[in-house]
Design a protein around this ligand. Structure first.
Ligand SMILES: Nc1ncnc2c1ncn2[C@@H]1O[C@H](COP(=O)(O)OP(=O)(O)OP(=O)(O)O)[C@@H](O)[C@H]1O
Ligand SMILES: [Mg+2]
Length: 263
């Protein structure tokens, strides 16, 4: 992690995003502090994924500014690769791991450790992968090590490998877009523990999640998006889960009423 001083690992200012006639994001101001876990919540189509795509260099916004570690970044030079270099890691739900390969290979995809002749240092890579699996993300007792094939892992464990990889590569910010979607309950628990590990390791995280109980438990701050706008921010401890749930239901009702008034 970076030793330099900064307040926000990432900050987006006045972001607008149009897809043709669709205004996916309007006037978004969104920041993530160092070692802060921010839960991003909101209905389907609220703009959550669009926001993190802009943050991680997948998409360029129609307008707005980006600051990384408090320094303004030019969109021209910003890309997924550049975000990587700036130590942002994104974990995607879908198919991020190669099924037939052993874990350690997946761990080092695109970032092989090689010697001067370009040969891959297999032993060293296995050792690192094992260390991260056992000590950093706590794959204890599961009988899984760097040689296990990915096909043998449960959905939650796969997410764990992806998160462990992100942690190993010296990331300051880890972005998770619904990491628990389509997982069994026992698997979800594992992923929540991995997210806790991100916090404990001193990194920051943006965590998109539909399950309110999960983000309420883990996030230092919740940001609620609604139809492309930030409509609410809630700090840890400010609301119980029941209060949060009812606040979001109230928001829904207000939305239905405005829609009816407008029709
Ligand atoms: N590539 C695209 N082209 C056109 N419209 C898009 C594109 N990507 C997103 N949108 C639109 O932008 C809006 C926000 O979508 P986004 O995927 O960011 O929502 P989300 O909050 O992540 O939703 P979900 O919870 O369903 O994942 C939606 O209206 C969506 O249809
Ligand atoms: Mg989404």
């Amino acid at each position: 992690m970076s030793g330099s001083e900064y307040r926000d690992v990432v900050r987006l200012e006045n972001i607008q995003m149009h897809y043709g006639n669709v205004q996916a994001l309007s006037d978004i101001n969104f920041a993530v502090g160092r070692n802060e876990i921010v839960g991003l919540i909101g209905d389907n189509g609220a703009g959550k994924s669009t926001l993190i795509k802009i943050m991680t260099g997948v998409e360029r916004p129609t307008a707005g500014n980006l600051y990384i570690r408090d320094k303004k970044v030019d969109w021209e030079g910003y890309s997924v690769g550049r975000a990587h270099e700036l130590r942002f890691e994104t974990v995607y739900q879908e198919k991020s791991l190669g099924e037939k390969q052993p874990l350690w290979r997946n761990f080092f995809v695109g970032r092989q450790i090689t010697n001067r002749l370009g040969f891959i240092k297999v032993k060293q890579q296995k050792q690192i992968a094992n260390d991260v699996l056992l000590n950093q993300i706590g794959f204890r007792g599961a009988g899984i090590d760097a040689d296990s094939p990915v096909a043998q892992l449960s959905g939650g464990e796969r997410q764990g490998v992806a998160i462990g990889r992100a942690m190993h590569f010296d990331s300051d910010l880890i972005v998770l877009d619904e990491p628990t979607v389509a997982l069994a309950i026992t698997e979800v628990r594992k992923v929540l523990d991995f997210v806790r590990g991100i916090k404990e390791s001193g990194r920051a995280c943006v965590y998109i999640e539909h399950n309110l109980a999960h983000v309420h438990e883990l996030a230092d701050r919740l940001v609620v998006l609604d139809r492309g706008r930030v409509v609410r921010e809630i700090h840890k401890g400010e609301m119980s889960l029941a209060e949060l749930t009812s606040a979001l239901i109230d928001l829904q009702h207000a939305k239905v009423e405005t829609a009816e008034a407008g029709s």
